[in-house]
Ligand binder design. Structure first.
Ligand code: ADP
Length: 379
């Protein structure tokens, strides 16, 4: 999985001298007796590309609408650059939203769609012209400015919608599933373009997506949401490597989870006996877990190794039979059934190993992994 490597002097969230740019303080939003946002607090820093990730109905769009001002929180406050905007109407907020449907006016050309908001604001003609041309150039659509939306492809319409959002120079750009209407290949290209435009303009972005890879590739940080709450906020690599719960671990990529009981809790290691793994698991970091506690040990499929001969290791290995193999060209995923019936998933790159017989269906194999690659989960 590709992770974003931002060039910006970011990591402001680790710098206590930097104030958050956007702050949600104890925000709740209820619809009747339904709580769409449940006492949520979140800080986003200037120039971040922040993503909200979570299943349908977890409150992502509601949160976006609260920031845009289309919804009033039932309680709590929203601050932008230190100013309380909780009760500021949407059109007075320095915030712009790009909708999933793009919401372009069908009877207007690309150029008219982009200039519309500036005309509404009553800006001088020269200024409007300059800013619209600048925005068209930014999204590389100058050539298509006289076309109407139906004469543009999905990707081109998306760029016009983006230009229209940026031309007003918002302090915060809200993106609601911005790639949803694009096919897979175009979506991947557009993800990179959008990030490079965002970095060029320096606008702070908050994106809603249900696509974990999209969030992982594009974000400086992301929040994984569940039922109106945030389960974890961290960088994509932290979320992937150190999920704080089974929920988060399962949400980003696939993962093997073994239930077990803590046998030994040392200062720098934990030993867990797992009946379903059929072995003793050794984790080389300590958690706040007492001996006897029930825990889950998680290990990503790409960290699982396989061999037909016994591995030269003391812990973290077990034995099973290859139940299924899925071939993906550059890699294959193996499903190994343990005597406990538990399936272990291992993802291996398809390197040509001409000296060895390849592992295939029904083979008895050892699966093993390094202690530093396993994660202990207590919730
Ligand atoms: P997501 O964007 O994560 O799919 P939403 O923010 O759209 O989730 O919805 C969160 C919860 O709030 C859902 O249970 C949804 O049914 C409810 N909800 C959202 N908007 C409204 C509304 N206008 N009226 C009533 N319930 C709503």
């Amino acid at each position: 999985m590709m992770l974003k490597n931002k060039r910006t002097p970011l990591e402001s969230w680790q710098d206590s001298s930097v104030s958050p740019y956007i702050e949600l303080k104890d925000v709740s939003k209820s619809y009747g007796s339904d709580l769409a946002i449940d006492n949520l607090s979140l800080s986003i820093y200037r120039e971040e590309f922040f993503s909200l990730l979570g299943p349908s109905g977890c409150g992502k769009s509601t949160l976006l609408r609260v920031l845009a001002g289309f919804e009033k929180p039932s309680s709590g406050r929203v601050l932008l650059d230190g100013v309380d905007i909780t009760h500021v109407p949407p059109f007075e907020r320095p915030v712009n939203m790009m909708f999933q449907s793009y919401a372009l006016f069908p009877h207007m050309t690309a150029e008219q769609n982009i200039s519309y908001g500036l005309k509404q604001e009553g800006l001088p003609r020269d200024e409007i012209h300059y800013r619209v041309q600048e925005a068209l150039e930014l999204v590389q659509m100058s050539r298509f400015q006289r076309r109407k939306p139906h004469q543009l492809s999905g990707g081109q319409q998306q760029r016009i919608a983006l230009a229209r959002s940026l031309v007003k120079r918002p302090k915060l750009l809200l993106l609601d599933e911005p790639m949803a209407a694009l096919d897979k290949k175009l979506r991947e290209e557009t993800q990179f373009e959008l990030v490079s435009i965002q970095e060029e303009v320096g606008v702070t972005c908050l994106m809603v997506t249900h696509d974990q890879e999209e969030a992982m590739t594009m974000s400086t940080r992301m929040a994984v949401m569940d039922s109106g709450r945030i389960r974890q906020v961290a960088t994509p690599s932290e979320i992937y490597e150190y999920p704080n719960s089974e929920y988060v671990a399962q949400f980003v990529g696939s993962i093997n989870i073994f239930e077990g009981i803590v046998e030994e809790a040392g200062a720098n290691h934990i030993k867990v006996f797992s009946e379903e793994a059929g072995s003793e698991l050794y984790i080389d970091h300590s958690g706040e877990v007492p001996e006897g506690a029930q825990v889950k040990v998680a290990i990503r499929p790409e960290k699982v190794m396989m061999s037909q001969t016994p591995p030269d290791v003391e812990h973290n290995f077990t034995r099973g039979r290859v139940d299924d193999i899925a071939y993906f060209g550059d890699m294959s995923t193996y499903y190994i059934r343990l005597p406990s019936e538990k399936l272990v998933i291992a993802t291996l790159p398809n390197l040509a190993r001409l000296t060895e017989r390849p592992i295939t269906w029904e083979d008895e194999v050892y699966v093993f992994w390094r202690a530093e690659n396993s994660i202990i989960l207590t919730s």
